[in-house]
Write a protein that binds this ligand. Structure first.
Ligand SMILES: Nc1ncnc2c1ncn2[C@@H]1O[C@H](COP(=O)(O)OP(=O)(O)OP(=O)(O)O)[C@@H](O)[C@H]1O
Ligand SMILES: C[C@@](O)(CCO)CC(=O)[O-]
Ligand SMILES: [Mg+2]
Length: 391
């Protein structure tokens, strides 16, 4: 029995961090995916191992099923999404500790922990090989952790009675709305292990795809009348979302009144963005006006993210560089390095198609700083599974 799942990454257009504290955020899926392939062992495989291959970091881990069975309580297997208890978190920490993950790759420990939790909760103690690879840069603000959890939850649920999928389908297959809700809830439990205190926006956009406005767990799917084009610049400065979210939480405790104003301003920015995206765009003039407004909202959001303490010298370099070309930018995801978004207005893209000038120049200047630039397609579909594709 084999299944492959793919889940998209995301960009947050407005509202990261503030969304953890109840503000609205707007996010959209991007066409870069994390893939999870699961092969459940059959008696002929003669295997009694649970193996996890993480291709992006060239790491592989194996546990004898008897070891997993002895470590976890029998009650870990669950039909409904459940949070990892303190006791089980300790068991998982001990299992991960034994792996001796090299210091340079220690960030992967939280991903392995989320894997052990999701695997044992959804599949119990079955031998299998799980292979993960991603088109997303890991730990860079494009939702790699959420895409990992969503793809993993999908692949693990695919053959269970909890979801109803057509196992004979050839090619990529979407879940029903009800099943997507289940996938998303399980993925959120994994994301909790990686992020500490996630808002749930990243796993939600990875599950459902498209553009969503998200506030306190409530999702509004937004049909945009605009096709936004964003340049994504990866500063290549590694960071960890859990630590950045905790840092903003501490600032909130030190300055509750000020931060409440900051979060409320972000809420208004996201609400305004949502209404701009939804409103009709009858002609080119209104398109230009809308793009100018979005640029202004991005700049204001970036200023507020700076006041939360999640910008970084490299992010500031990207902002200064793009501003020279009159282009607006903001960090996306948790910040502290990672990726920056730059809106490419339609008029500039039109010139770009003709002669390639401004966009080529800004990319060349950003890449000369050691950053990596790319334009990802945005607003595509969410997670899918495939029963016919082997590894
Ligand atoms: N393909 C993958 N293979 C293994 N682990 C992964 C993979 N993708 C994500 N992870 C886990 O998620 C961690 C990165 O999550 P983190 O939340 O810090 O960054 P992100 O999700 O890329 O950015 P953001 O949360 O800001 O969108 C990795 O260190 C690893 O533990
Ligand atoms: C920083 C944050 O707001 C977004 C990370 O992509 C964290 C979260 O919402 O879980
Ligand atoms: Mg993440």
């Amino acid at each position: 029995m084999e299944v492959r799942a793919r889940a998209p990454g995301k960009i947050i257009l407005t509202g990261e961090h503030a969304v953890v504290h109840g503000s609205t955020a707007v996010a959209t899926s991007i066409d870069l995916y994390t893939y999870v392939f699961v092969h459940f062992s059959t008696p002929s495989d003669d295997g009694d191992l649970l193996t996890l291959q993480l291709k992006d970091t060239a790491l592989e881990f194996s546990w004898p099923i008897s070891r997993i069975k002895a470590a976890f309580p029998e009650s870990v297997l669950s039909c409904t999404p459940t949070s990892c208890s303190v006791e089980v978190a300790k068991i998982i920490a001990a299992l991960v500790e034994e792996l001796d993950i090299p210091e340079a790759k220690i960030g992967i420990a939280s991903g392995v922990s989320a894997f052990l939790w999701l695997y044992s909760s959804i599949q119990g103690f079955k031998p299998a090989t799980v292979v993960v690879n991603s088109e997303l840069p890991l730990g860079s603000g494009l939702g790699s952790s959420a895409a990992f959890c969503v793809a993993l939850a999908s692949a693990l649920l695919a053959y269970t009675d909890s979801v109803s999928l057509d196992l004979s389908h050839q090619g990529w297959l979407s879940f029903t709305e009800k099943d997507l809700e289940l996938v998303n809830k399980w993925a959120f439990e994994g994301e909790k292990i990686i992020h500490g205190k996630p808002s749930g926006i990243d796993n939600t956009v990875s599950s459902y795809g498209n553009i969503i406005s998200f506030k306190s767990g409530n999702i509004t799917r937004t049909k945009s009348t605009l096709t936004l084009k964003m340049l994504i610049t990866n500063t290549k400065v590694g960071r960890n979302t859990k630590a950045l979210v905790a840092g903003v939480g501490e600032r909130m405790l030190r300055h509750p009144e000020i931060m409440a104003f900051v979060f409320s301003a972000v809420d208004s920015i996201s609400k305004e963005l949502t209404s701009i995206l939804k409103s009709p765009t009858p002609d080119e003039l209104s398109l230009t006006e809308k793009e100018e407004k979005i640029e202004e909202l991005m700049e204001m959001n970036q200023g507020l993210l700076q006041s939360m303490g999640v910008s970084h010298a490299t992010i500031e370099t990207v902002l200064r560089t793009t501003l020279k070309y009159k282009l607006a930018s903001k960090l996306t995801g948790a910040g502290g390095g990672g990726c920056v978004l730059t809106l490419l207005p339609t008029c500039i893209l039109f010139i770009y198609l003709l002669s390639g000038t401004i966009v080529d120049k800004v990319i060349a200047e950003l890449e000369s700083c050691g950053f990596q630039c790319f334009i990802a397609g945005i607003g595509g579909g969410g997670v899918e599974v495939n029963f016919a594709m082997s590894s």
